[in-house]
Design a protein. Structure first.
Lengths: 264, 228
């Protein structure tokens, strides 16, 4: 069985409607290479899945996109602006949600949203906070400390924060990891609605391949810091002789060297 | 460029935290009040048992007040910073347009407010209960308070750097910093009291060069001379 290696774009060749453009991104810690020459783009109103086994480099990439980790090499452009040169401007219209970064538990949902509305300079913050509270069914928890919320409620509060500034680029690191199937479906629908309504590009990591197939327009398979495969999640497994996206994921996780060495 | 609204966000977060918790409100006033009461009575006792003419109130109680102010300034920055360490909030904060300068400015403003509350409580107690005349120190008070304030801010930021570099457990290194510096600072006694090697260390510390104790008549270490 042969696989192809995705040709990595080396220059600014992403489509005009691109919200995120990553070119030849590297991150090393001494001798350990965490991200090894990754290039990809995310378009407006597009949901791109960043998939890969634990330790593949997904969270490292997200941290570099958020400007909290400095790349060893490579460029990241958000709406055409280089994050290294214009950090503040690029992050004004970017946001993220991740299970490992919950809102501080010692403040209420409203207090946290009020603080982030100031940081992002949200116009008419009162109306916007009411909107996101309503969107994520958090109105009754408005004055509840985040630390006493259930994990599902905390996830919703984190997503409310992530959408507060109506970002053009939204980074979601396993956004439904702690949700029951009904809540997860509900959240997926709301995120898709948001992406369509706000013309937002979304980079979504998940280990739930069923979810990825339902939500993502395109997926990138990452292993050992490199993108091995890229394509439509509905057709990609068949193109590579696999029944499901999960089968393909397992193949990528178990045989990354084989995948990388057999170009078709 | 520093954006005011982002600085305001950092101050607002600290305001919400302090307002919503008696465990954060009380320490702003209780420890400084306890210190002033304890040292106030010690100075009264010393005044009673030593030869008349030397007043320990401005020398000793004034020094306690100054040093507590410095400690509160430093802890004001450190505690506000540690709130974000304890709640693991750095990723949320620094994945935004917030810059390090804006964050530090927010911490410093928070510290100005919290240390001012402590200073007011100390002044009221020291003046009303023990008769300390704060203004008797004269104009030297202004630069000295400024030096203590800046030194407190600088040490607070250094302490935050230590925690960032060595991890959250290193907070136990930073709480005792004021106590470790106090023998060298020459705030409680004139610089000349110290042995030579300690004086060399003292000269490197900003408070010792502008301390009222080191420049007051008490620096001659003659107990009969009033400190101010």
């Amino acid at each position: 069985m042969g696989y192809y290696v995705v040709e990595q774009p080396k220059g600014p060749q992403a489509p005009a409607a691109t919200v995120l453009s990553v070119v030849d991104l590297h991150k090393s810690y001494h001798d350990t290479v965490a991200v090894d020459g990754v290039s990809f783009h995310v378009g407006r109103n597009e949901i791109v899945g960043l998939l890969g086994p634990n330790g593949a480099g997904k969270t490292t990439i997200i941290n570099m996109l958020l400007g909290v980790l400095e790349p060893t090499a490579g460029t990241i452009r958000i709406e055409g602006m280089d994050i290294a040169a214009q950090r503040c401007r690029t992050l004004e219209r970017t946001n993220f949600a991740a299970v490992y970064a919950p809102l501080p538990g010692n403040l209420t949902v409203y207090q946290n949203l009020r603080i982030f509305s100031l940081i992002y300079a949200v116009d008419d913050f009162s109306r916007r906070i009411d909107e996101v509270l309503r969107q994520f069914d958090l109105e009754r928890l408005r004055n509840t400390r985040c630390g006493v919320l259930s994990s599902g409620e905390q996830t919703r509060a984190g997503l409310a924060k992530a959408m507060l500034n109506q970002p053009h680029l939204l980074l979601l690191d396993e956004p439904t990891a702690s949700l029951d199937p009904a809540s997860a479906r509900d959240i997926r629908d709301r995120i898709r609605e948001f992406a369509a309504r706000e013309d937002t590009g979304i980079l979504w990591t998940s280990h739930n391949m069923v979810e990825v197939e339902k939500v993502c327009d395109r997926v990138l398979f990452l292993s050992h810091g490199k993108i091995l495969l890229e394509g439509n999640p509905k057709t990609l497994p068949g193109e590579h002789g696999k029944q499901t996206l999960e089968d393909l994921f397992i193949a990528v996780a178990r045989e990354p060297l084989t995948l990388g060495g057999n170009e078709t | 460029m520093i954006c005011r609204h982002r600085v305001a966000a950092i101050v607002l977060r600290q305001f919400y935290l302090i307002r919503g918790s008696i465990a954060r409100t009380l320490p702003l006033v209780v420890w400084v009040a306890v210190d002033i009461i304890l040292w106030g009575f010690i100075t009264k006792y010393l005044n009673a048992v030593t030869s008349p003419g030397f007043n320990f109130v401005p020398v000793l109680l004034g020094a306690v007040l100054f040093w507590d102010f410095f400690t509160r300034v430093m802890h004001g920055v450190t505690t506000a910073f540690l709130e974000d360490v304890w709640s693991r909030n750095f990723l949320n904060l620094f994945a935004t347009p917030l810059t390090i300068s804006e964050y530090l400015t927010g911490l410093v403003l928070t510290s100005i407010v919290t240390s001012s509350i402590g200073l007011i409580v100390m002044l009221v107690l020291a003046t009303a209960v023990f008769g300390l005349s704060f203004f008797a120190f004269g104009l030297i008070l202004v630069p000295f308070l400024l030096v203590l304030f800046l030194f407190g801010i600088a040490l607070g930021i250094t302490a935050a750097g230590i925690v960032l570099r060595f991890g959250p457990a290193s907070e136990w290194f930073i709480w005792p910093i004021p106590a470790l510096l106090s023998p060298f600072a020459a705030v409680f006694y004139p610089l000349a009291t110290l042995p030579n090697w300690m004086q060399y260390v003292s000269y490197t510390l900003p408070p010792s060069s502008s301390s009222p104790a080191s420049s007051s008549p008490a620096s001659t270490a003659t107990p009969s001379a009033p400190a101010c």
